[in-house]
Design a protein around this ligand. Structure first.
Ligand code: ADP
Ligand code: MG
Length: 707
């Protein structure tokens, strides 16, 4: 195997700072830095120079095309390729060109992307605009090499049609309000606050040949039928287990691809469920981390294909085994390196940290519904609250050290002491001594403090982390702003800080929960505390359009009402459409594959009975007959299930046709998913009765254990 030097290949396909410094004229480079740093507009002359150099560099990497790469509201990325060639010259030859205008602005037709009513088909115009804070890169694959330019995507009237525009807006908001707070506390050195994010990505890998035999996975990303094999994850023998060769080879290739693209893929391991794995990159500035996470997902899919594997990013590909999430590690750091989420060496004396902590609690408590919504997607409904993932209740885990500080703040608005880190005694002399973390971990908390960052663990594995970070940044901007409003008018700053800390700690302590988030007791306790428990995606969508949400986002210029209303509309539509696809896939598989297979099996049993009887008249065949009767009754159940499910889905489509996507979404949730469950039960009961040869789908055992 070829030796790989990670340091050498890292970022080799990225038009990064080092390349820009080397290739751009000094003046151009400085101008671009100003644009990035101060958020000023880029003039077209500078853009022309950058575009030219970018093109030259990309062509050296083999690129023939460029594309604006953006994140429309379908949860995926989108691109439209243009080649660098110009119209043929007089001599019949073409030139390769790429202008500043092409770099900074694109005009994809916006009408076929979800817009939630923002754009009608006849109003097709939409723009992509270069996000110069995220590096352009060259992607090499079987389509050749393409220069990809990360962009934001807006409608003709300026509304955001993507995940990135609001994210950039929210980053500016939290920076502005955070700096305001820092200045009040006497900081004169920091100029910006930067949200940084590290997204841990969970996924499943299955064999591609088996995947191709499962139309449910092909169409919906998950199994719609299937029973658990004899062995599941009960032995916990997969978690952190030795990585099998075939998977190892896949991971190696994923890492190489990602490193070339400048994605700092760092950690990889086997996860809890069989065939489940995780990849975590080193954290980056929030918008870059969102872009990188998309690259991680795309790269995994692509590389899996090359290894004759298939990568499943769905939140719950298999009923009965753990699903996949995405842990959004988030903190706020200043441009001069202060991490606002770091309690420091003397956590009890760190007033800034106390304020930040109380702001986090206030923000999360007041907008728990919105945060929950930001993690909602169709697949995540199967995961949240299913004994393996955080429940659908938002709470914050602080751990012993911060809990102790919080108690003190509640009491007096300040803290006088803190719980020290202890030495860990392993009882073995030859093992090194080290200090324990001040707090243990809590894997059951949806929003956990983990030393110098918060980990939002509710996000679904295939969802974009864009929205959760928009919410996190904006609710923090609001909390900072509220504190500043008070401090700016305070006659006695220290007294006002103490009073804010005391007040926030008391008012928002209810959002803190350090116990077992998976337990039944917590659900009851949370209800007593008045915390929202929003069990499904459809119920969560309303949080986007409350007065509280409107005023939050409008105040900081992150979303206007129209954008929020359209986003809610998109979510309802998405839910209805997705469940409709699942329902149709079930109907299809049941009627074309399962029912015929069961009938074939029945015929074999019946023939068997006849053969036995004619060979040895009088033999007792009552057992075979019992099986036959049982199968027939399940067959009937399944056949009826197909009919009722079809009718239910048809009704949903009819409601959609009337233009009421919220009503349609509720119909799909309340009626269609129940019918899906009924059909699945009938089919799954037959699976365990029909011989393996006759069953048309690879089983859970085949998929999970034979990779
Ligand atoms: P843990 O073991 O607590 O999950 P890791 O060190 O494995 O923490 O980090 C998980 C993810 O969090 C990684 O992507 C890592 O880069 C990221 N991360 C680490 N520190 C921070 C921070 N201060 N802010 C945001 N993300 C961070
Ligand atoms: Mg983690």
């Amino acid at each position: 195997m070829e030796n790989i030097n990670a340091a050498e290949i890292f970022g080799e396909n990225v038009f990064n700072d080092a390349i820009m410094r080397e290739r751009l004229p000094k003046k151009t480079y400085q101008k671009l830095q100003e644009v990035i740093r101060d958020g000023i507009e880029l003039d077209i002359q500078t853009a022309d120079v950058i575009a030219h150099e970018m093109k030259e560099w990309a062509i050296e990497k083999g690129a023939t095309h460029f594309t604006h790469w953006f994140q429309p509201l379908n949860g995926l990325t989108a691109e439209k390729h243009d080649s660098f060639i110009t119209a043929p010259q007089q001599n019949g030859k073409v030139l390769m060109s790429f202008s500043g205008k092409e770099l900074i602005k694109g005009e994809p037709d916006a009408s076929s992307f979800p817009s939630g009513g923002l754009r009608a088909t006849f109003e097709a115009r939409g723009y992509t605009a270069w996000d110069c804070t995220s590096n352009a890169f060259v992607r090499q694959d079987s389509a050749g090499a393409t220069l990809c330019i990360p962009t934001a995507f807006c409608s003709y009237t300026g509304e955001a049609l993507d995940q990135k525009t609001p994210l950039l807006r929210s980053m500016e908001a939290v920076s502005e309000q955070g700096i305001r707070l820092l200045r009040l506390l006497g900081n004169t050195t920091s100029n910006r606050i930067i949200p940084v994010v590290g997204a841990e990505q969970e996924y499943f890998i299955i064999d591609r040949d088996k995947y191709l035999k499962r139309k449910d996975i092909i169409y919906t990303g998950r199994t719609l039928f299937g029973t658990m094999p004899a062995k599941g994850q009960e032995l916990d023998d997969h978690y952190f287990g030795t990585i099998r060769d075939r998977i190892g080879a896949f991971m190696r290739d994923v890492n190489i691809e990602l490193w070339k693209l400048g994605v700092p893929a760092k950690t990889q391991h086997n996860e809890v469920a069989p065939a489940q794995h995780e990849l975590a990159p080193i954290f980056a500035v929030a918008n870059v981390a969102v872009d990188h996470n998309h690259l991680v997902m795309e790269t995994m899919k692509k590389v899996a294909y090359r290894h004759n594997l298939h990568c499943l990013l769905h939140e719950k590909p298999f009923a009965g085994v753990n699903g996949s999430g995405k842990h959004n590690n988030w903190s706020l750091v200043t441009d001069d390196g202060i991490n606002l989420m770091d309690p420091g060496k003397n956590p009890h004396e760190n007033t800034l940290f106390h304020l930040v902590l109380c702001c986090v609690l206030k923000a999360v408590d007041e907008h728990a519904d919105l945060l929950r919504e930001s993690a909602a997607d169709v697949g995540n409904d199967h995961r949240l609250g299913a004994d393996e993932a955080p429940p659908a209740i938002i709470s914050v885990f602080l751990g012993t050290q911060l809990q102790d500080i919080l108690e003190q703040l509640k009491e007096s608005g300040s803290a006088a002491h803190y719980i020290h880190r202890e030495n860990l005694d392993t009882g073995v002399n030859t093992l090194p001594d080290f200090k324990k973390d001040a707090t243990d971990r809590n894997r059951t908390s949806p929003f956990a403090f983990t030393g110098n960052k918060f980990e939002f663990r509710m996000v679904g594995s295939q969802d974009s982390i864009g929205e959760p970070n928009v919410v996190l940044n904006t609710i923090m901007a609001e909390a900072f702003s509220d504190v500043c409003d008070r401090l700016e008018y305070a006659s006695d700053m220290n007294a006002e800080i103490a009073s804010i800390l005391k007040e926030y700690a008391t008012a928002h302590e209810r959002i803190v929960f350090n116990g077992d988030g998976y337990s039944k007791e917590w659900i009851a306790e949370a209800e007593k505390r008045g915390l929202p428990n929003i069990e499904c995606m459809v119920d969560s969508i309303e949080a986007l359009t409350t007065e509280k949400t409107f005023s939050l986002f409008e105040k900081f210029g992150v979303f206007n009402r129209t954008e929020l209303t359209s986003r809610a509309e998109i979510e309802y539509e998405l839910y209805a459409k997705q469940i409709n696809i699942e329902a149709r896939a079930m109907v299809n598989i049941a009627s074309k594959q399962i029912l015929p297979a069961v009938m074939c099996c029945e015929r074999k049993i019946a023939e068997g009975i006849n053969e036995i009887k004619s060979a040895v008249p009088g033999t007792d065949t009552s057992v075979q007959e019992e099986i036959l009767t049982e199968l027939s009754s399940l067959l009937k159940e399944a056949k009826n299930g197909v009919k009722t499910l079809t009718d239910a889905a048809d009704e949903g489509v009819r409601i959609m046709g009337e233009g009421d996507s919220k009503k349609a979404a509720y119909h799909f949730y309340n009626v269609v998913t129940k019918e899906m469950e009924a059909l699945r039960n009938a089919v799954d009961s037959m699976e365990v009765m029909v011989s393996k040869e006759d069953w048309p789908l690879p089983s859970y055992g085949d998929l999970l254990f034979e990779v």
